[in-house]
Design a binder for this molecule. Structure first.
Ligand SMILES: [Fe+2]
Length: 258
């Protein structure tokens, strides 16, 4: 699927408004400054480089993050109703972790992680509209996200560090040291990481269903037709207005196909 330019702009406004509403203290401005600096990149990023994953289209990242924030707040209510000790984390920590959980996907200060796929065969046969940028040295998504925050002066709490680090749950074996402990004193002292993981899982699953169930229920040919960003109508003057500040040539090409 694709988002319209107006939807991308609206999702960005919601993303910033979540920071305005939930983040406090000196770090609120630091976080706003960070996202304003990288607005163009973050606003248009996909959430993944392959259609097989989720939200692999321009604006997919912010659309995903906003969903995770919503699911996170709803999951927290469910946990509270069932007796979770809510004194072990704050709502600000809950939302901060959700807003920044996948930040490492943006790449580093100078280079985007996901750039438009240049291999026509891979675009058409494998449905890869994006590819990894080899300029970016390897790091796990949580490690890079936390590095980007600290290198831009955005302070985070121990709870937030733990939640962002382990948001993939046991899908990432590196989290076993936190999530597979048998000694009570080694288990997390807060349910925040589990709540964020559930919210992320829920959001990604829903995004997968939205992209793939209609295709899996249709013909294979139909599925291939929907694989790439090709053959979409040309951008309208409204779209050009909503995203008029875009400087990156690669992103402009992608948006022309929206
Ligand atoms: Fe995520």
């Amino acid at each position: 699927m694709n988002l319209t330019a107006e939807q991308i702009q609206g999702n960005w406004d919601t993303f910033i408004s979540n920071i305005e509403t939930h983040i406090t203290g000196d770090r609120k401005q630091a976080l706003l400054d960070f996202y304003n600096k990288y607005q163009e990149r973050v606003m248009l990023m996909p959430a993944a480089h392959k259609k097989e994953y989720h939200n692999s289209f321009p604006g997919g990242y912010v659309e995903h993050v906003n969903r995770v924030v919503r699911c996170d707040l709803k999951q927290a209510k469910l946990w509270e109703e069932e007796g979770c000790d809510m004194s072990t984390f704050t709502t600000e920590e809950l939302v901060f972790s959700a807003i920044n959980h996948d930040l490492g996907k943006m790449g580093d200060e100078n280079n985007e992680s996901y750039i438009p796929q240049t291999d026509k065969w891979r675009r058409e046969k494998l449905g890869e509209d994006y590819m990894f940028n080899k300029q970016v040295p390897f790091s796990s998504v949580p490690d890079r996200g936390l590095f980007m925050l600290q290198s831009h002066g955005v302070i985070y709490t121990f709870n937030e560090m733990l939640a962002i680090q382990t948001h993939d749950g046991l899908y990432d074996a590196a989290n076993e040291k936190y999530l597979k402990a048998y000694m009570p004193e080694q288990k997390p002292r807060t349910s925040l990481p589990f709540i964020l993981h559930q919210a992320d899982l829920m959001a990604a699953r829903i995004e997968f269903e939205r992209e793939w169930l209609p295709k899996l229920n249709g013909s294979l040919e139909k599925q291939k037709e929907n694989f790439t960003l090709n053959d979409k109508p040309k951008s309208t003057s409204k779209q050009q207005k909503a995203l008029g500040s875009i400087k990156s040539e690669g992103l402009k090409n992608l948006l022309d196909n929206l």
